[in-house]
Design a protein around this ligand. Sequence first.
Ligand code: BGC
Length: 708
Amino acid sequence: MTEHDIEQLISRMTLAEKLGQMTQVQPHGRDQEERVRQGGAGSLINVVGDDAYHYQWLAVEHSRLGIPLLLGRDVIHGFQTVFPIPLGQAAAFDPERVRQAAAHSAREAGAAGVNWTFSPMLDVARDPRWGRIAESFGEDPLLISRLGVAMVQGYQQEGVAACAKHFVGYGAAEGGRDYSATDLAPRALLDTYLPPFLAAQQAGVMTVMSAFNDLDGVPATGHEDLIRGTLKNRWGFDGLVVSDWCSVTEMIAHGFCEDAAAAARAGVSAGVDMEMASTSYLDHIAGLIEQGLLDIALVDDAVRRILRIKARLGLFQHPYGDPGRTQPQRPVATQLARSLARDSCVLLKNEQGLPLGEHARRVAVIGPMADAPGEQLGCWVFDGERQHSQTVFAALQERLGAQRVVHARGLEHCRSHDLDGLEAAVALARSAEVVVLCLGEDAGLSGEAHCRAHLDLPGAQQTLLEAVAATGVPVVLVIMAGRPLVLGPVLPHAQAVLYAWHPGSQGGPAIVDLLCGESPSGRLPVSFPRSVGQIPIFYNHKNTGRPPHPDAPSIPSGTPLDPSGFFAAYLDEDHRPLFPFGFGLGYTRFEYRDLQLSASQLTPGGTLCASVLLSNAGHRSATEVVQLYVRDLVGSVTRPVRELKDFQRISLQPGESQRVSFELHTDALRFHDRHLRQVCESGRFELWIGPDSASGPSAVFELMASQA
Ligand code: BGC
């Protein structure tokens, strides 16, 4: 179907049919069947399987123009096979595997009639109180961009439209409370919050979702400058923009629109082509046009975009899905889910205990997350098959034999304060040589509208941890959670700590692979705070005029507060995170030596080659995530203390060394200046190649002024 065909089709449509295309509803029985027959819906949300085929058939065979439906579903980190939550996937620092997982999810969802997913979420998430941090790729714009592009490619290569959401600024909600207002300066938007969306647009994402939040006084769904101006006109996005769930009519509660008619007008004017869930477009646009308050050209533009995406998906030829598409293969998905879950786990501490030696003849697997197949899947798993979810307890029994592995929950669930099971758990711990204690958050503690003000272990889990630790039996703590938790009180009670996020269907086998010898290679995609009072805390902050000394000591508890230092720090807490962005241990030791730059000076348009000699100085083969950071030392506006510019996963055998090289193009050094122009400014830059955002050898290079 060509653009010309689309114009022809539009010319045959009644206004009611156009408004139908601009409406996405959740079907509830007969009314909606009739609506679809009448051409009153361009898209349905949350219909899968037979229902999806049924509605598609009604639209194609029984509506006047036979326009196929977009059938949308939140396929966020898997469909039947559940991969780790996006925050966990981000920890693997592996775009290719993220692409493969998305492709697989699209095959499963496509087989169930779904042709549109509301993923990836590209919100920059710097606040772990925000429940939706689980759905994000963390705090770094470059990592989010790379993984977002990979997800878009994965879904769309299999005929499912991706949706970059939430446009824009949603992750910066005040106080980490979902739906709250955001107040982002234009430069923060341009340099931090918009780049992942631009990357997705350049990768051909078919759809974008407008956000719920108020952005400096304008609800994102009514933000004409950003949606029509930046996204559509400046960037040239020619796909469709869908609102978030009722976010058009929520502009009334925001105090931005008087009533539903005004909301419809604001949404369409801003460039929101399709309304999700609410029906103000359907109900009011005709009246608005009649009164001369809305130009029909805007309606036609919206309809054109919607039809264009349907055409791009091939729905006019194959409304029920391309008959030649790849079928999902469960064994392949299972392997992928296991490898992604394995490489998303971050080892935070390992004093002893890991890997479990052959000597561990009796292992006690304790805790509410040890055998909770549903909870380990995490948020947004409408279609996830709990019956195929394998837990740590089950997987460890399978690996070591049922006689060697014993289990007690200790607490019925993560939020429980009922200590009835404590004694039995402690007795079981005593009977073992090592305890694998699985704690964390159940799935319902993160995700949309699931924010927390306290980030400690919920319920009585800290009590359980301390009671088990008091036995003196070594504790390997596995934490499954949808966000960074505050781990200060936890660390002293465990010999080893493995952070597994919500690892998905294959969480158990993946974690057991690591417990039994494969070296963890996940790295933190977010900074871990020491206390809630440090939030927001992120590595790519500004230096300030009073930076604390980089090695300023933490403030040991009990030390009298010292008011003599006037620095950007706390009196009663270390200013540094507990674990920095990019951090993660393995079962070996990597050394970084001999950082080399291909030149000490370069000019705009040039490329610098930076390399380091990486050695595996330990006794086990392992994978390192080698990270390249840059700091622009002086700019016409202040610049972050470090910014991630590239990364590579490198696997080395014990004793092996490899020179790891990166190409850094000067485009990667651009930012928005005082006049909000994108510039690449001359001056000195510091460059690091290291294992995380707080260490690694560095060198300085200079960007010369352009010759022209
Ligand atoms: C969420 C979106 C989601 C939509 C549809 C909204 O509440 O914010 O991310 O895609 O619902 O389920």
